[in-house]
Design a protein around this ligand. Sequence first.
Ligand code: SF4
Ligand code: SF4
Length: 419
Amino acid sequence: MLNIKYNKNKKFSLPASIIMTFFIALNVHFFVIAGRTGLEAIGAWILTVFYISVYFLMLYTGNISKYRRIFFVTATLIFFPAFIAILFETRGSMILTGKDVFMSETPFCHIVTPMTIIPYMLFKSVIFPAQVSVGHASIYSMFIIWLIATLTIGRGWCSWICFYGGWDEGVSRIAKIPVIKLDPKSNKIRYFNFAVLAFVVLASLTTLTAVYCELLCPFKMITEFGEITDMKAFISTIIFILTFFSLVIVLPYLTKKRFQCMSFCPFGAFQSLVDKVSLYRVRIDTEKCIQCMKCVESCPTMSLTEEIIKEGKGKSSITCTKCGECMDICPKGAIDYQFAFAQTPKNPAWLNLAKRLSGARGILKKALAAMLVSFNEIISPRALLSFSGFTIGMIISTSFGLGTVHRLLNLIVNGSFLL
Ligand code: SF4
Ligand code: SF4
């Protein structure tokens, strides 16, 4: 008899893993390989092998979070070298001058989406100095990607797509055990970024300037520094350095939590608020749960609490980034993704048919049974969420990621990282 119990070990069958990986390969071909020539084409093939292997292993081993993390952190690490190199190639430095701002020569960053949408709706004024419709990082293209991602994975953006989130996720995994153990009962800190969101939206509305970018953003450290022309610019540069080292490096390392995403990022808070429109949720099967609290300890954003488990609430809190960490660690397989609009049927008709066919004689009947099992896996929320998250994450990081691989090859062949 075939083992057709979906998700018993959270692994996908070989046919289902191959079929899903084939669709990822089509996306990779379209977004990564098509139209590349020379060294860039070689870089595209290197990235392709990486993407396809990681996605296949994600499904075939069932360790969604482990392979998501490898993909997510790598996408972050290869994003920034090309981003910085392009600044040097086009401006000669990482300094953002007043003229660059005036000419709107700033790539649009998703973190300021809420601070852009709200003033635009109220005043029909775009306060972020970026191009509206030209280039891959224009307001227009970033807004379309954000909308699609929000409707599919919601706050999952923070664990599958965000090229900043990979920083604190990577750093938070360096230490084996936390140096500072945060008490899971005092987890109100995860709501602090809602206060940051309220502050920056109000401040942006009042001043009609991009307050978060000008004053607070930790990632200015690794993108474009504002030119230091006065005391305000000097103080904000000090704040950028402090927020980067404290929130992105030191605290994630010491606590093993994603501190910047969990407590400071206004975009993360915004995604939590709009997550209701997304297709997927994280649910806990309270009948399977033995209340071991491993998921509570492992959650990098403190979105599961002892209270949620003990009271059998059966779902993570709104700050959940759908990373899958709790699913990988749960010894009972009690946690999984679910569709927001419907319960995943435990014994759908096609699985019952597969059960009957797998016990019957004849190779065709057995093959049909295997196909039905694969079909059941492919339409599962776990497969569809990972497919959406992986595809959007790949699209958003590819141009800079490929730029880094291309430049590394250029460094080896021609001796220069700059093109
Ligand atoms: S509840 Fe689970 S899926 Fe959500 S952030 Fe925590 S570990 Fe990740
Ligand atoms: S890890 Fe699994 S079994 Fe343990 S408390 Fe969490 S849901 Fe329950």
